[in-house]
Design a protein around this ligand. Structure first.
Ligand code: 3BY
Ligand code: FES
Length: 420
């Protein structure tokens, strides 16, 4: 079937959303227009649960990270009871930003402007020169919803967050528990500003149709994402055979470890879309490394086998995660502008793993540093293409079902928002 998709004459947002053609990439304004970007921030990023940080980034009371989401900035801080809290990074006096740094540690939160001082529980503790009638308790920092799933920290800027989060968290937790992410240690973090729309970054992550471009990744990762026995191309058939043999071994390892066997795929059927899948790795089957060998000699959490493949978690709208026996690597995508996106990648290891002894950062991060760079180039090329007046939406292949699921989820969330 051929389909003529004309360039839209205007940027009417409702029209754009309504005329999305399933199975095709989005029309150009979804990737290029400031109006759509603003809609994405208000309808997607300000209304859904976002992956913001690993708990390991803020292990001690007073540790904080700040997360920018469009023009929002959120402080996530560990309070004196070791609970996670999140607040708008906005002073309750006259609105100054409180914290500028991406991470750090504080006793209290002191506004740099007139020194209003807040506890890490958000309560206003001190404000000079107030009238007798001033009631400090009315000027606590405005809270933001924050929750951890097994050591992965999510925030939601909405007052009425999607109600399915608790159910999703309960489904995911048993898969994450053996990896001990709550107690893990940050071995490395990298920030890349990609020159592309945030949805291009997400779409690129949701398929392995392009995995020929990732030689480091596919030295351990089976590039079979989305293929069925019928559509595996001849060049991937040997990998498909190895994958099936390795799957049987992985299933036995799961049974021995009491690990859940079945994954889940609910990417576009709920507000908190997610996918869990546990797949073997190629070669030694242990980690993201040449020939699938380990990159850290200390195993995660309560892992008792180093040959435990890749537990992957993909979530809408902005994250994916890979849990290996010897480390975890977690990704968050945050929109900066229509054509600029922050990709933050964090590598986690067992808290007792010693750099230089159990792992070295270059080997630990090599595969995904390379993969991220390669993906960044592909995203930038695609941004250039979709900005070209000659761009027309094109059809997804049979192995881009998760790209379609991401876009379907996205468009349906926009439609729900616009009809509110
Ligand atoms: O990170 C992922 O989710 C994988 C790796 C390559 C493509 N993508 C499906
Ligand atoms: Fe923060 Fe004045 S704006 S103390």
């Amino acid at each position: 079937m051929t389909m003529q998709l004309e360039r839209p004459t205007g940027h009417d947002l409702v029209d754009l959303v309504e005329r999305r053609v399933p199975g095709y990439s989005l029309e150009a304004p979804f990737y290029t227009s400031q109006e759509v970007f603003d809609l994405d921030v208000s309808a997607i990023f300000a209304r859904h649960w976002l992956f913001a940080a690993a708990e390991a980034e803020l292990p001690e009371p007073g540790d904080f990270v700040t997360v920018a989401v469009g023009s929002y900035s959120v402080i996530i801080v560990r309070d004196d009871d070791e609970e996670l809290r999140a607040f708008h990074n906005v002073c309750r006096h006259r609105g100054s930003r409180l914290l500028d740094e991406p991470r750090g540690s504080v006793g209290n939160l002191v506004c740099p402007y007139h020194h209003w001082t807040y506890g890490v529980d958000g309560r206003l503790m001190h404000a000079d020169n107030q009238p007798a009638s001033f009631d400090r308790s009315c000027f606590s920092l405005r809270p933001v919803q924050v929750r951890s799933i097994g050591g992965l920290v999510f925030l939601c800027l909405a007052d009425d967050p999607p109600a399915d989060f608790d159910e999703v968290a309960a489904r995911i937790e048993p898969f994450l528990a053996p990896y001990g992410l709550r107690q893990a240690k940050v071995a490395h973090q990298s920030d890349i500003v990609e020159t592309g729309n945030w949805k291009l970054v997400m779409e690129n992550n949701r398929e392995c149709y392009h995995c020929d471009g990732h030689p480091e990744l596919v030295s351990a990762y089976f590039p079979l994402f989305g293929y069925t026995a019928e559509d595996v191309p001849p060049r991937l058939r040997p990998a498909y055979q190895r994958y099936h043999q390795a799957s049987a071994a992985l299933r036995s390892a799961c049974v021995r470890q009491g690990f859940p066997l079945e994954g889940a795929r609910e990417l576009d059927t709920r507000a908190t879309g997610f996918q869990l899948s546990h797949a073997p790795l190629d070669g030694a089957g242990k980690s993201f490394n040449t020939n699938g060998e380990s990159v850290c000699s200390r195993l995660m959490g309560s892992m008792t086998t180093d040959r435990f493949g890749d537990l992957s978690l993909h979530m809408q709208p902005n994250s994916w995660f890979h849990m290996l026996a010897d480390h975890a690597v977690v990704f968050s995508v945050l929109p900066l502008a229509p054509d600029r996106t922050l990709l933050r990648t964090t590598w986690l290891v067992h808290p007792d793993a010693v750099e230089g002894l159990d792992y070295d950062v270059a080997t630990l991060t090599r595969v995904w540093q390379a993969t991220n760079q390669q993906d960044g180039t592909l995203v930038a090329r695609t941004q250039k293409g979709v900005e070209d007046p000659g761009y027309r939406p094109g059809p997804y292949s049979t192995v881009e079902g998760d790209v379609d699921a991401f876009v379907t989820w996205y468009v349906s969330r926009l439609a729900a928002h616009l009809s509110r």
